[in-house]
Design a protein. Structure first.
Length: 334
């Protein structure tokens, strides 16, 4: 990917990147999965882009940008966003990792988990509690090199899908970092960085997801064509419905990424991501039904791709339900 100049796709040109926008990132993610049938490697690539573009490029000082962005564009450094913690995930009320100020340094203690690219990251963007105001925790983000004293990687997590994307965690024990390691505004990392990151991750995964479903359909059509029996009207209609769904989801993915690029707030963005998820789940149900009637629709590539996409949709289903409920409550409160 570095050789093809893909790792710096969204990194500004002045740092050796290509300076493309988030819509281009969505399109590239779609193409990678629709052609390569691998969601896992695309996820790792996507997180690499997001940490560079959304954190270091946007919130880093010029010194940190000069230090990290050029090697990230060349593929010499990758970063991991260290927000979630064991058992409780990323809920701010349960996050315990702390950063205590001592002179010109902060001393970090705690544990982070479920980190995409964690086992291979050279740099961690660690979100830690740095105080409490009016009963609420205040969070600050720190750039912590993987070789920092007091930082230790935990055993990699073994997910049954999204391979070969590596996931793991880190433990921080009296890990001292200089004040200059702060990225963004002190005390506001959760509001300014964590919450927007989750929204943007949901949006930018739409491109690879749409590409994955296009790949599923392409492999299914290939199997149908190889069958000796003719294609009946019902099969043709089912394939047409799947194609219709993929085309629509692709447009939704592009539009949602364009909204991010606009830099303006759109309340409809939540509806777009929730609707995309709903229709993707319906696609997988329909796909499974059609595939069961095609004797030749088997094979490692299709099995892995389908498992990855179904696995992604199984993640945070309860959170999606909560978001839908809150969306309904907001309508009732008008």
């Amino acid at each position: 990917m570095a050789g093809e100049d893909l790792l710096g796709l969204c990194i500004p040109k002045k740092f050796g990147g290509r300076g493309k926008n988030l819509r281009a990132l969505s399109i590239a993610g779609e193409a990678l999965v629709s052609s390569g049938y691998n969601v896992g490697i695309t996820l790792s690539w996507l997180i690499h882009q997001m940490t560079a573009r959304l954190f270091i490029s946007r919130y880093g000082t010029k010194g940190k940008q000069d230090l990290y962005l050029p090697p990230m564009a060349r593929g010499e450094i990758t970063a991991s966003f260290a927000l979630s913690e064991p058992e409780y995930g990323s809920h701010p009320g349960h996050l315990k990792t702390s950063a205590e100020r001592k002179g010109d340094c902060f001393v970090l203690n705690g544990e982070k988990s479920y980190l995409t690219n964690g086992p291979i990251a050279d740099l961690f963007i660690v979100v830690a509690v740095t105080g409490i105001e009016t009963g609420r925790k205040c969070f600050t983000a720190f750039l912590v090199p993987a070789d920092a004293q007091g930082l230790q990687r935990t055993k990699p997590l073994r997910f049954p899908f999204l391979r070969p994307s590596p996931h793991g965690g880190i433990k921080l024990k009296n890990c001292s970092v200089p004040f200059s390691s702060i990225i963004g505004a002190e005390g506001s990392a959760y509001e300014e960085m964590a919450i927007p990151f989750r929204v943007k991750e949901d949006v930018l995964l739409m491109g690879p997801m749409a590409g994955g479903m296009a790949g599923q359909l392409a492999l299914l059509v290939e199997a149908v064509k190889k069958e000796k029996k003719g294609i009946d009207n019902n099969c043709a209609a089912d394939l047409g419905e799947l194609r219709m769904t993929v085309d629509t989801l692709r447009i939704l993915a592009y539009e949602a990424a364009s909204i991010l690029d606009s830099g303006t707030t759109h309340a409809e963005l939540l509806s777009l991501t929730l609707f995309f998820r709903k229709v993707s789940e319906e696609f997988q149900e329909k796909f499974a039904s059609v595939r069961s009637g095609v004797s030749g629709a088997e094979g490692n590539a299709l099995d892995i791709l389908t498992k990855d996409l179904v696995g992604i949709l199984s993640i945070a289903g309860d959170i999606a339900a909560i978001k839908k409920r809150k969306l309904g409550e907001s309508i009732l409160s008008l």
